[in-house]
Write a protein that binds this ligand. Structure first.
Ligand code: SF4
Ligand code: SF4
Length: 299
């Protein structure tokens, strides 16, 4: 197995608050839903929707603020899809489970059958490819409508797809035509990094609860989530999705990073955002002091 580095610096002080905020929101949400006996499907859907909305909102806000109103004009438009042919889409387990249940709710049995067949073929082709082989093979994402270039699961697409963008369609076309695995594209860094930081926050919270987060190759995992309902087994701590050679390699790096973030969360080293909020709002600091005093008295 070849270990691959994770493409986000989880120690970057600019990104830690985003990781922290999402980790705490997801941990609290999942804790409350589990304690309330909410069905596993709803927990999975809530986590996936929450993180995707937070990631998009925060990424756009930071991009706007940091660019001083001069954001990189994006070349991404509906129907443009070079990136859906060559990119490996690694997504967290809850996001993939969510896509599976959404498709079952929104597609006819005939459409699901055709999709399952397409996804099964793609999964077999992808299983043993390395990064370069994957890009050169140009296997379209099974969720791509090849005729229109549209994503057929746009509403529930994972953070990897939401964060991916480019300022030049020519650069994307060249990467597609040349089968480049890691193309250099003009990007807006906050859009990419802040969105992924939220993804790491969500994965940190779930990993701290003993849940498997992956990530997994979306195309290769699709046939499995279309074939069965796996939410309950996943929420019980099982590993329910299959790895490819590439996702297994990536998993080594993710495991190391998440291990560190989980330890930081548990031991209070992931409290940057809380610290900033307290400095900005003295009233919050007073309330927090009182809360701590009350907690001390209760012990
Ligand atoms: S990233 Fe590139 S290929 Fe994908 S939608 Fe944007 S411009 Fe098109
Ligand atoms: S999920 Fe949608 S946006 Fe993402 S690669 Fe597949 S078709 Fe493209």
């Amino acid at each position: 197995m070849t270990e691959r580095r994770v493409g986000l610096d989880h120690r970057d002080p600019m990104l830690r608050p985003f990781i922290e905020v999402e980790a705490k929101i997801v941990r609290e949400t999942v804790g409350e839903m589990r304690a309330g006996g909410v069905p596993a499907r709803e927990v999975v859907n809530e986590v996936a929707e929450l993180v995707q909305q937070d990631a998009e909102r925060a990424a756009n806000t930071m991009s706007e603020r940091l660019s001083g109103g001069r954001r990189l004009p994006l070349a991404c438009v509906e129907g443009c899809s070079y990136c859906c042919w060559t990119s490996t889409v690694h997504a967290s387990a809850p996001e993939i489970l969510r896509i599976g249940s959404w498709l079952k709710e929104h597609r006819s049995p005939e459409e699901l059958e055709a999709l399952t067949e397409r996804a099964g073929t793609a999964a077999k082709q992808i299983a043993s490819l390395d990064l370069t082989g994957r890009a050169r093979a140009k296997i379209p994402c099974p969720l791509l409508d090849i005729d229109t270039g549209r994503c057929t699961a746009y509403e529930v697409r994972p953070i990897s797809c939401r964060a991916y963008h480019s300022g030049s369609v020519e650069a994307c076309k060249k990467a597609h035509d040349d089968g480049e695995a890691n193309p250099v594209l003009p990007i807006d860094p906050p859009l990419f990094k802040v969105a992924h930081a939220h993804g790491f926050g969500m994965m940190t919270a779930l990993a701290s609860e003993g849940l498997d987060v992956g990530p997994y190759d979306l195309a290769a995992a699709l046939p499995v989530v279309l074939a069965s309902d796996l939410d309950e087994r996943w929420l019980a701590g099982e590993k329910v999705l299959p790895h490819t050679r590439l996702s297994e390699d990536a998993g080594v790096g993710y495991e190391a990073v998440l291990g560190e973030l989980v330890a930081d969360l548990r031991e209070g080293r992931l409290d940057v955002a809380e610290g900033i909020a307290r400095r900005l709002d003295p009233e919050a600091r007073r309330k927090d002091r009182n809360r701590r005093k009350r907690e001390k008295r209760r012990r």
